[in-house]
Design a protein around this ligand. Structure first.
Ligand SMILES: Cc1ncc(COP(=O)(O)O)c(C=O)c1O
Length: 355
């Protein structure tokens, strides 16, 4: 299957926002990619076209039963106006894992990959030039068939939209305060926590809102069964540096397999760190902190790359990590990943793709 390209005329080209106040996800680029699925014909009508509204029947199944999956990756502007993507095919593979879990059709990875590159190339002026700012790419699939009744839909829309986003840390790294929730859970093995489906995020909002009311940026999620084992932080994977050992929870079914997580594991192993994917409880973390062996905690994800944690609050016990400052490893990983992603540093891993 091929895709068509319908370029926006000058009347449909938007005024670009100020690059110094982009925030996250507020402005959409000029073009989108759309393709339709029908059980009887498969994927069809693949088109890059001017950004526009959809028309959806109020009975569209995504609105009722939530068959919706998405991905998130970025295009980076490097030296000489070169544009790069970071591990894009890993996002498409993960999308197909999500599709399988949600009984949605697989996307043709090669076609979507070509369309994504062409879309970013067409909207390359939307890849910001400001330091640390990027173009966030959001591939999404929704069940569009009209009909009530819980079953896999027979019709879907897949689309990619792009939005310029500002630097996550415009004033440099700022360690975040995290509330450890034992009241709410994000996911359980056998559920859908290991895939990127919209309902996971809807279910997480209340815990985040309550944490924010108490002055915390995000929540730390514990396992759903014993409420002791650490899983993720907000919408990021989590790492602990304890006694020079870098620890992250293993992918046992309730954790999203982050691409940044995988990159951090690879880099730190190559740097000679002792790296372990093993279960760790919140009590382990507090006792390591009391002993003075807890060196760093940080989250990893596409949006922030690395997000140092400066404080935890668990059952009212507040623990300050690394005196609330950014650890050396978090800083080094952030610098290294940013340099690779924007083509400033040689990429020995084959992660970066130039558009
Ligand atoms: C729940 C959750 N965990 C972890 C991550 C980090 O994944 P990645 O590094 O692929 O962005 C994300 C972001 O996609 C997420 O939504």
């Amino acid at each position: 299957m091929e895709f068509r390209v319908e370029k926006a005329g000058s009347d449909l080209m938007k005024t670009k926002p100020n690059e110094n106040s982009l925030g996250f996800g507020q402005y959409m680029a000029d073009h989108m990619f759309v393709m339709l699925y029908d059980e009887s014909i498969g994927w069809h009508e693949a088109t890059i076209k001017p950004y526009e509204d959809f028309s959806l029947d109020p009975a569209a199944m995504v609105l009722h039963y939530g068959q919706a999956i998405f991905e998130g990756l970025k295009a980076y502007r490097g030296n000489n106006d070169r544009i790069y993507l970071f591990r894009p095919t890993d996002n498409l593979k993960r999308m197909n894992v999500s599709a399988a879990r949600m009984c949605m059709p697989e996307i043709p990875e090669d076609l979507v990959y070509s369309a994504m590159k062409e879309l970013v190339a067409l909207d390359k002026d939307w890849v910001p030039r400001a330091e640390g700012a990027t173009l966030y790419i959001r591939p999404t699939m929704i069940a569009s068939e009209a009909g009530l009744g819980v079953r896999p839909a027979r019709q879907y829309i897949f689309f990619i939209i792009n939005c310029p986003v500002g630097a996550y840390y415009p004033e440099g790294f700022n360690p975040v305060k995290i509330f450890v929730t034992d009241k709410y859970v994000r996911a359980v093995a056998g559920g859908v926590g290991n895939v990127k489906t919209a309902g996971n995020y809807a279910a997480s909002i209340m815990a985040a809102v309550e944490a924010q009311k108490q002055g915390y940026t995000q929540v730390l999620w514990l396992d759903a069964i014993e409420r002791r084992f650490i899983e993720e932080v907000g919408t990021m994977n989590i790492f602990f540096l304890i006694d020079d050992e870098l620890i992250t929870p293993p992918l046992t079914g309730s954790i999203l397999p982050g691409i940044t997580r995988d990159s951090v594991l690879r880099l730190t192993k190559d740097w000679g760190f002792k790296v372990s994917e093993k279960r760790i409880t919140i009590d382990d973390v507090y006792s390591a902190n009391e002993k003075g062996s807890l060196q760093e905690i940080f989250g990893t994800g596409t949006a922030a790359v690395i997000s140092p944690v400066g404080e935890l609050n668990y059952k009212g016990r507040v623990c300050s990590i690394n005196n609330g400052t950014t650890g050396k490893l978090a800083q080094k990983l952030f610098d290294e990943l940013q340099a690779i992603q924007s083509g400033h540093k040689k990429d020995p891993y084959g992660w970066v793709v130039e558009i």
